[in-house]
Ligand binder design. Sequence first.
Ligand code: GLN
Length: 189
Amino acid sequence: MAKIGILALQGDFYRHSLAVRRLEHEAVLVKDEAALKKCDKLIIPGGESTTFLHLMEKLNLRQPLLEFGREKAIMGTCAGLITLSKSAGHLPFPPLGLIDITVERNAYGRQVDSFVDTIRLNVNGTERPYEGVFIRAPKIAALGSDVRPLAWHKDDVVMAASENILVATFHPELTDDLRIHAYFIEQVG
Ligand code: GLN
């Protein structure tokens, strides 16, 4: 049983903790460095990336998160993806830069333009359908050469990974399908 941390400063951390528990791993809500240090892997949920970056500064979590991400696996969904990216336009503080992707925030429009649609997920060598929930979602505008695309919506890459960082522009915690959490816990890093 792995200890999976979920950054619990703001946003949709609770639903991620349920997914982790359904897979029979321990979910640790992380609000400070001491909790982070206990974890084997970390999830940064959706929410509001500007708020995440403000709170990370205020709570002195930026450096500990950078150190964690150099050694251990992190999954970022939606605002979590923005937080882990190399650049994402105007933000109050730079994103963590732990994965070489350039991001366009709110790329589909406003809250009312949020949608659910079938995406093509390829984590184990075969493309399979998966229901993607996109809420004021970002788009990945560019991927570095060490970043592998893992899912597509139309022509857009909506999930990608480097060695130990997995990012998705949608919300896998809002469906009952546990494939993405299982992939992260069992195979990333
Ligand atoms: N639009 C939000 C941001 O820019 C992300 C939305 C989400 O996480 N669902 O941070």
